[in-house]
Design a protein around this ligand. Structure first.
Ligand SMILES: Nc1ncnc2c1ncn2[C@@H]1O[C@H](COP(=O)(O)OP(=O)(O)OP(=O)(O)O)[C@@H](O)[C@H]1O
Ligand SMILES: [Mg+2]
Length: 384
């Protein structure tokens, strides 16, 4: 067995083999199930869960800042003075990769650096317990800031919305096109876009599927909250490609421009879908009606129309018609003119509550093309 130590010096990461004796110690270390912590910007450093415990006041309720499908998130202060978000993973051990693979995947992820990705500082393993440590983002998530309750909302002006959109597109283009092998995020949504103190967007939770064993899927456990962002082909067959992320990005874009969540409910109209609404307005040539009314007239109409069209291009039903992320970015910045580009109909996954991913026999839902929403939706015979 060959273990390597990663060292970051003057911004350069270098890797060198450990001496035999150190290797033996490292292996013993792993087998003894001691605490294991890798940390960025310093030596490959081991620390005890004790440090995280102290940092988070014993994972106290007052330090808890959120909870997701992977576990609870706590705010913490490390002894070196940095403020972090500690994700205490609550996935069953059988679904997670073994300890060495887990640490190796996390090490790879900690080496990704981009202005629009949340920095994964390191991880800690203690027997069955695993923790991920991220840089803390002061302004929480887009889900809270843009779409949350009144007390958390920030009135985002047009300029801030544009910067957020472009930042997310850049972060995703980096994961899709610059990282080798590329990373499909697979869970792009407003709660996974965190905002730092300057409202710079940081994509979080990228690469998390890598810590799961190949046969494990975390999606089925939290699909209900995420469903509106799922590309139809992924919801139906589990087929995951970069274009799946592009679809989710399109939905997120429409949310940012409209200030509305992907699925809305009111007593008069029941459940209605943002993607459907955008498509209807596009066909009626009334796209500006989608823009968040809190912006009043304070936005450039031409940019708004272009952005919404890019959103619609990203959510097209046929995955191969969707642009790649770098192309979507150029469309947003008007480096690629989309004035005459044809937009085909979006795909929608409806009947949210009945969908069970990966369980085709219980898939009682239907998949509807947006243009057919008024007519009786056809059931998916292959999935019923
Ligand atoms: N690095 C961070 N800095 C600040 N807050 C964070 C950080 N990471 C997560 N949070 C907060 O914790 C909440 C829960 O995050 P988590 O990633 O566990 O779940 P989620 O993204 O909301 O949902 P799901 O896991 O179902 O996809 C987030 O919505 C956010 O408010
Ligand atoms: Mg998240």
């Amino acid at each position: 067995m060959r273990l390597e130590r990663f060292v970051r010096e003057k911004g350069e990461i270098s890797k060198f083999p450990l001496s035999r004796q150190t290797q033996r110690h490292e292996v013993q270390f792993l087998f003894l199930k001691m605490f294991f912590f890798t940390i960025r910007n310093s030596y490959h450093r081991h620390t005890q869960r004790g440090e995280l415990k102290v940092a988070t006041h014993g994972f106290s309720a007052s330090n808890k800042i959120g909870e997701g499908a992977f576990g609870s998130v706590y705010k913490g202060l490390l002894t070196n003075g940095s403020i972090v978000a500690v994700k205490m993973l609550s996935i069953e051990l059988e679904s997670m990769r073994g300890e060495r693979e887990f640490v190796s995947e996390i090490t790879t992820l900690t080496n990704l650096e981009h202005e629009n990705l949340v920095t994964l500082v390191g991880c800690c393993v203690e027997g069955a317990k695993r923790f991920l440590v991220y840089n803390y983002m002061e302004n929480n998530s887009l889900a809270q800031v843009l779409l949350g309750g009144e007390q958390n909302r920030i009135k985002l002006r047009w300029g801030a919305r544009g910067r957020i959109l472009l930042g997310v597109a850049r972060g995703l283009a980096y994961l899709h096109e610059e990282v080798k092998p590329h990373i499909v995020h697979r869970d792009i949504k407003a709660s996974n876009i965190l905002l730092d103190q300057n409202l710079i967007p940081k994509v979080s939770d990228f690469g998390l599927s890598r810590i799961l064993r190949d046969n494990a899927s975390h999606i089925s456990t939290h699909v209900a909250g995420t469903l509106g962002y799922l590309a139809p082909e992924y919801a139906i067959s589990g087929r995951l490609t970069r274009k799946t992320d592009v679809y989710s990005f399109g939905v997120l874009l429409l949310e940012i421009i409209s200030g509305q969540t992907v699925v809305n409910f009111d007593l008069e109209h029941g459940e209605h879908y943002l993607v459907q609404k955008a498509w209807d307005l596009y066909r009626a040539n009334r796209l500006l009606q989608l823009v968040d009314p809190v912006l009043g007239m304070n936005y450039p109409e031409e940019d708004a129309v272009r952005y919404i069209k890019v959103g619609l291009l990203c959510v097209q039903e046929t995955a191969r018609f969707r642009p790649e992320m770098s192309t979507a970015l150029k469309m947003l910045t008007n480096e690629i003119d989309i004035g005459v580009v044809q937009i085909s109909q979006p795909g929608l996954v409806a009947d949210l509550m009945n969908i069970k991913l990966g369980h085709k026999t219980t898939f009682r839902s239907h998949y509807t093309k947006a243009s057919n929403m008024e007519s009786t939706p056809s059931s998916l015979s292959s999935c019923s």
